[in-house]
Structure formats: structure tokens, C-alpha cells
Design a protein around this ligand. Structure first.
Ligand code: 3H9
Length: 709
């Protein structure tokens, strides 16, 4: 029929195959190809039924997401034009069976639901993940899904977007049969059976059994709305998705589709959707490193070792075990080793208790972890990750030792969060094999690794680190070597401003509250308490000699540490805590310290607005981010965005700090930064790159385009 869709025959059954690799997205030409095939097969008197199937590794994984940007940029007609095509499928007089393997997502599932029957291999996944892109299903998913699966299931799937395994989809009524073995053969047989039955094909749009009980619908919708409120703070699409499902219960099918289209457009043209689509492609973009060849030979990682059995070391060890990589887990004393292993076991047991892991899987993973007290077997390791205390002298000692006890081709990775990777590498005879792998806490949960290239890190070590990140189910983001790298260097500016604001008159709850409302997972001061204030205190002491004189420094955090207030772990930091309950409680003692500090420093306290809190903290991130970009420490603005979303709780629906700045307008951001420089001095010196982009009407997204290889 076309390159994208082919039509063949298996006896009296037509087989329509979609061939649009890698994921059979519904790019222009695919829906049209399906339509032409269905029409041709309907006309062919020798054909009694049809099978719609995906070629390659999957059924249709959804609409082509790249097309949405063209629509919102006004390059395309706003109408997606899909409904008439799905109507032809549904109204076809011959039975059409959709055969699903891989994923039937978004427009893929919607196409499948317009078919009369659905069969799937047991490993297939179905889902309406549109809300993860800030939109709702736009091809009648919100109307057909409740008709097949009921309102509760449909609202859950459309509002949260999680994939549903085929066996569950069968139970829910979304698919009709599981096919073990050859999917196509099974689907053809199924179509033949339906054609022979003599009954008219079953149309989803006509089914009302599962949406006819008004009371049940109301209860399910109320539960869905309560869930959305709880799980999707600030998000537009999940709310609209439930509204669209509600329309299916109240309106005839055609009117329901019209309502869905209206809600779909509200979402598609929102900033949230643009940001979330940026995040979807961003996650994939950061894996591509300009200058490192795609066919770069990788170092095989068959066995790993981790040095240091504390919280980070334990989490990193779990990552290797979770990926099926045997790992040596090294500590210096039996007591420390037992403690570390105990925490690992406790973490796994908690996951088992939540039903997210079976006991068997837990046992298999634990069996991959070999606790050791010596370096004797480190020659077996293809990679060693060091996770000892954040002190340069100690790290260098460990690396000098690792240089002796590992094979020369092994990768030596440091989990340092701030220290100079070149200096660490200098303790070895093979700096080309040394790299930073900065995990975020808890390392077994957080999905990002800041991969820090030293001046001498080899391409093979960098490429292997990026590939390993994916193998560990993380997103690796390559950055350059500088104090704090990208993430913590920017975070330092953000937290600095939060503390200055406290000294200048904002309350701690006001600062954290404003940023929480903005969408951050936690406010900056509460994050400090969670991470442990002593970590920054130790780093500040380590770097004190580098601080230029006469530059304002926040002082309260050091004073809190001097009083033993390290944050949650000591039951007190910026807040106090009734441990084990970790809910922060405002502490007048801290307020007193802040006021005294401000008075001593001659700071006149004043009323501070939420707007100022947001601008001071967020623009501090952006200004430093721009400097980092200009220095080449981050490759692209999207790398910063992904690091902040995955590592620092920045709201995905804002697209990351640099994307957010683009949405505010760089001119506006730049003007504010200049104003802050006048008020607060040289810490606010505008980044020349920010100035250049702002004054030439460009964006960070434009900057990224100049970096595309
Ligand atoms: C929708 O359907 C709206 C409808 O309701 C309305 C219809 C009118 N489009 O992820 P991978 C690319 S909204 C364009 O690395 P995996 C991806 O960028 C859509 N491109 O593979 C990557 O490109 P590159 C609802 C897409 O095996 C390559 O394919 N559907 C699309 O790890 C490989 O992807 C979704 O939201 C797409 N839809 O995971 C599903 N999908 O190689 C989105 C992928 O240049 N997709 N690409 O970097 C996914 O969740 C995963 O890609 C999937 C495969 C699980 C399918």
C-alpha cells in the first residue's frame, strides 16, 4: 500500500502491517496507509476479515510526538484528522482484529480500540500515556476505553498513563484474547473465526454496558479526581483526562469526541505540554554525546565493585545487582560491612512488602552482592565505583590503592559530588580510566547519574559510562569537571539565595512554601535538612581557602551545624523534627539565630514577596546555568534541564530551569538579574551568554540547536 503500511493476504484474511520503525509511531502517512488498506480489503470480495499488526519490535507506540510541536507552532492544521479514519475501521462490515505485541500506547491503543477485536501476546503492554506529555488521549481514547473497561480503569489509565500488561488488560476487557506463540497466526485464526460466525463485527462505540450505572460512574470519577489531586499536584492534563472520561458517561459518542477534542487542545497548547514534550525528547537527547562516535567500542561490564558501604555505596551496589551485574561490596570492618548489608536487605524487603519485587527476585539480587573486607578479588572487576567520605585526601588514598589492585583496563569511577575529578585521577597511573559517576541519594531510587569527564577520561570510558547508566535504568548526563560540576554548582547558588532571603526577612516556611507551590518536590531549606547540613559544612571547610574575600556568604547554616543541627538525621536543622516522623516543624530557635545573624551583618530585614523568592532562587540557577553552558561544562541546556528534573526535584511540567527561563522570556530574566546585581552586588553579575541570548531575542533552545551534531 505504501512504504509505511503494507497489505498482504493470508487466504481470506487481509494482513495490514505498519512499518514505521523504530516504534511504528503514527507519523503522517501511517493513518492514511491504514485507511487505504482497510478500504481496499473491504472492497475485495475474497477477503472475509482483517488483521492489523505492527512490523518490527512493537505495535503502534502512539502519535508521532514530533508532530505536536508543529501543530502548536502553527505549521499544521490544528485538526488531527484521525477520527474519520478510525470511524472507517470501526464501521467496516468485515471483522478487523488488532494484533498487539510490544506496546500499544496512546494513538496505538486508540486505533486498536477502533478495531472490532484485540488479541495480544502476554508480554504486550497497553496504555494511554498522553498525560506524561501534558496532553490527554486525542483519538477517542477517553471515549472508547471506558466503554471497554469501565470508568475506574479508564480514568486511572488516562489520568496517570501507566502501562497495563496484557493479562491485566484482558481481565479489564481491553483485549479479547492472549495469544501464546505466533501472534500473526493466532490473530488470523481469530479473525477467520469471527468472520465465520456470521455476526456483525462488534463496535466499541456502541457498547454502553460498562458506563450505564450512573452511581458507579460518579463514585469512580470522584475517586479518580481525589487521586489526581493527591498524585498530580499542579498538573493540568490528568484533571482534563478525568473530565473527558466523564464526558463518555454523559454524552453520546460523537459529542464525547468533540468534548475530548476541546480538552485535548486546552492541554496541547499549554506550557505544561510543551515542557513535558521537551522532557520526553530531552531524556533521549542527553544520551547522545557530540564528539563521541556512536560506534565507539564499549568496555564490557560483567563484574563491578563498590568501595564504601554507607548509604551511597549501598544504593550503588543495589543498582548493579538490580541490573544483574555481580558486585563486590567492600568495607573496612566487619561491623561496617554488616551495617551496610543490613540496610541493603532492609531496602529490598521494603520493596517486597510493597509488592514491587518478589522474594525470589530479592534473593537473586542479594546473591549477586558479595561482601568483602579486602581488595584481594578486585582484579575481577571491570569497574570500581568509589563511595567513601567526601574528602579529597581520602579519595586520593583510595584511588592510589585501586590503581594497584585492579586490572589496568578497569574503569575507576568516583561518586564524588563536588571534588576535582582530575585531582582524584592524578592519584593513579591511568587517568584515562578515571571518571566521576555522581549518583543522587537514594542512589537505588534516583534515576540520574552525573557522569563527570576528567580532562583525560578516554572516549571509551565516557561512552561506557553512558551505556552503563542506561543498563542501570538511569539517565546518564555527561558534564565537565569543575567544583560541584553542573548540579551542585548551580544548587549552591539556589540555596545561597534561599539563605540570603531568610537573612533579609523571609521566613523559612515562606521560602520553602513558595518553591513547593512552584512545583519543586521540596523547598531548598527542607532539602538541606534531608541531605544533611553537615555535608555542605564539610565541603565549605574544605574549600574555604578558595573563597574570595569580601563576598557575602550565608552564615546561618554553619551556625546550625556548630550547634549539632545537621538536619533530619539529628532531629533538627532548619526545622525541628519529632523523629521518626520527618514532618518539618518551624523552630523559633532558628528564627532567633537568623535574626541575630542579620543584625550582626547589618542587614535590614523587610517583607519579602513570593515573587521575589522565586526570582531570586530560580534566576540564580539560570544565571549560573548560562555560565556553565558558556564554559562547556554542560553540553546543552537540555542536559541541565534533565539533571534538575531527575536529580533535584525540579517540576517536569516546567521543563527544567533553562526551559523555564525560555518560557518566562530571557529578556525579562536578564533584566531582573541586572537589577539584582545593582541591589546585591557581584554574585549577580549577569552571565555573558544570558546577556547575548536575551539581547538578540534568542532562547536556550536556540543555543542547543547550535550544538546539534
Ligand atoms: C498520542 O498518541 C496522542 C494520541 O492520543 C492522539 C493521536 C491523534 N513519537 O524511547 P526509545 C522515538 S501521544 C515520535 O528510546 P524504547 C524516540 O524519541 C503519544 N518518536 O525506545 C527515540 O528516538 P531516537 C503516546 C518516538 O524501546 C526512538 O523512538 N505515546 C515516539 O526505550 C526510540 O524510543 C507515547 O507517549 C513517538 N510516539 O521505548 C509513547 N516514541 O532514537 C512514547 C518513541 O531518535 N514512547 N519515539 O532518540 C515510549 O514510551 C517509548 O519510546 C517506548 C519504547 C516504550 C515506545
Amino acid at each position: 500500500m505504501s512504504d509505511l503500511v503494507s497489505l498482504t493476504k493470508d487466504g481470506d484474511i487481509a494482513v495490514i502491517t505498519i512499518n514505521n520503525p523504530p516504534v511504528n509511531a503514527m507519523s503522517p502517512g501511517v493513518p492514511e496507509g491504514i485507511l487505504a488498506s482497510v478500504q481496499a480489503a473491504e472492497k475485495d470480495s475474497a477477503i472475509k476479515g482483517m488483521v492489523l499488526i505492527g512490523g518490527g519490535r512493537t505495535f503502534i507506540a502512539g502519535a508521532d510526538i514530533k508532530e505536536f510541536g508543529k501543530i502548536t507552532a502553527g505549521q499544521k492544521d490544528r485538526k488531527l484528522g484521525i477520527h474519520p479514519i478510525l470511524a472507517v475501521i470501526e464501521n467496516c462490515a468485515k471483522p478487523i482484529v488488532c494484533a498487539i505485541h510490544g506496546t500499544a500506547f496512546g494513538g496505538g491503543l486508540e486505533t486498536a480500540m477502533a478495531c472490532h477485536y484485540r488479541v495480544a501476546v502476554p508480554s504486550a503492554l497497553v496504555g494511554q500515556p498522553e498525560c506524561k506529555l501534558g496532553i490527554i488521549p486525542g483519538a477517542a481514547g477517553t471515549q472508547r476505553l471506558p466503554r471497554l473497561a469501565g470508568v475506574a480503569v479508564a480514568a486511572e489509565m488516562c489520568a496517570f498513563g501507566d502501562p497495563v500488561p496484557a493479562p491485566k488488560a484482558l481481565e479489564a476487557g481491553i483485549i479479547d484474547k492472549l495469544i501464546e506463540g505466533d501472534l500473526l497466526a493466532g490473530a488470523v485464526a481469530f479473525a477467520r473465526e469471527k468472520a465465520a460466525s456470521g455476526k456483525p463485527p462488534r463496535k466499541t462505540c456502541d457498547q454502553t454496558d460498562k458506563i450505564s450505572n450512573a452511581q458507579e460512574n460518579e463514585t469512580a470519577l470522584a475517586a479518580a479526581r481525589a487521586n489526581v489531586k493527591k498524585r498530580s499536584r499542579n498538573l493540568l492534563a490528568p484533571r482534563k483526562a478525568v473530565d473527558a472520561v466523564e464526558a463518555a458517561t454523559k454524552l453520546p459518542f460523537e459529542q464525547g469526541i468533540a468534548k475530548e477534542a476541546e480538552l485535548f487542545n486546552d492541554c496541547l497548547f499549554s506550557d505544561q505540554s510543551k515542557a513535558l514534550i521537551h522532557v520526553f525528547f530531552g531524556e533521549r537527547a542527553v544520551a547522545k554525546v557530540p564528539g563521541i562516535a556512536k560506534d565507539q567500542a564499549l568496555i564490557p561490564i560483567k563484574r563491578a565493585a563498590v568501595v564504601g558501604g554507607g548509604t551511597m555505596g549501598g544504593g550503588i551496589t543495589m543498582n548493579y545487582a538490580n541490573a544483574g551485574i555481580p558486585v563486590l561490596f567492600k568495607e573496612i570492618s566487619q561491623e561496617a560491612l554488616d551495617r551496610g548489608l543490613g540496610i541493603i536487605k532492609k531496602n529490598y524487603a521494603a520493596t517486597v512488602a510493597k509488592g514491587r519485587l518478589t522474594q525470589k527476585q530479592m534473593d537473586e539480587r542479594l546473591a549477586l552482592i558479595e561482601p568483602v573486607l579486602s581488595f584481594d578479588r578486585f582484579k575481577e572487576a571491570d569497574i570500581v565505583t568509589e563511595a567513601v567520605f567526601e574528602e579529597m585526601a581520602l579519595k586520593k588514598k583510595v584511588f592510589a590503592e585501586l590503581d594497584k589492585v585492579t586490572r589496568p583496563d578497569a574503569i575507576l569511577a568516583s561518586n564524588t559530588s563536588t571534588l576535582n575529578v582530575n585531582e582524584i585521577a592524578s592519584a593513579t597511573s591511568r587517568p584515562a580510566q578515571v571518571i566521576g559517576h555522581h549518583y543522587f541519594s537514594p542512589a537505588n531510587v534516583m534515576r540520574v547519574i552525573e557522569v563527570v569527564r576528567g580532562d583525560k577520561s578516554s572516549d571509551a570510558v565516557i561512552a561506557t559510562s553512558m551505556a552503563l547508566s542506561k543498563k542501570l535504568s538511569k539517565v546518564g548526563i555527561l558534564v565537565g569537571n569543575c567544583r560541584g560540576f553542573v548540579g551542585n554548582r548551580m544548587f549552591h547558588c539556589y540555596q545561597r539565595e534561599a539563605q540570603f532571603l531568610a537573612e533579609e526577612g523571609a521566613t523559612i516556611e515562606q521560602i520553602d512554601g513558595a518553591l513547593y507551590e512552584f512545583g519543586m518536590a521540596m523547598g531548598p531549606l527542607a532539602v538541606g535538612d534531608l541531605a544533611g547540613l553537615d555535608v555542605g559544612w564539610r565541603i565549605r571547610k574544605e574549600y574555604k581557602h578558595l573563597e574570595p574575600a569580601g563576598i557575602r556568604q550565608p552564615e546561618v547554616a554553619d551556625q546550625l551545624c556548630e550547634q549539632g543541627r545537621y538536619g533530619q538525621k539529628t532531629g533538627a536543622g532548619w526545622y525541628k523534627y519529632d523523629l521518626p516522623n520527618r514532618t518539618p516543624i518551624a523552630d523559633p530557635a532558628v528564627q532567633k539565630i537568623i535574626e541575630e545573624t542579620a543584625a550582626k551583618a547589618g542587614i535590614k530585614r523587610r517583607t519579602i514577596s513570593s515573587e521575589e523568592i522565586l526570582e531570586r532562587t530560580l534566576y540564580a540557577l539560570v544565571n549560573e546555568g548560562a555560565t556553565i553552558l558558556a564554559e562547556g561544562i554542560a553540553l546543552r541546556a537540555v542536559d541541565i534541564d534533565m539533571l534538575y528534573i531527575l536529580g533535584y526535584g525540579f517540576p517536569a511540567f516546567r521543563g527544567g530551569p533553562m526551559w523555564y527561563a525560555d518560557t518566562v522570556g530571557l529578556k525579562k530574566v536578564y533584566d531582573k538579574v541586572c537589577e539584582f546585581e545593582k541591589q546585591h552586588g557581584s554574585l549577580w553579575e549577569p552571565s555573558p551568554l544570558l546577556k547575548e541570548l536575551a539581547t538578540s531575542g534568542k532562547t536556550f533552545a536556540d543555543f542547543d540547536k547550535t550544538k546539534e551534531s
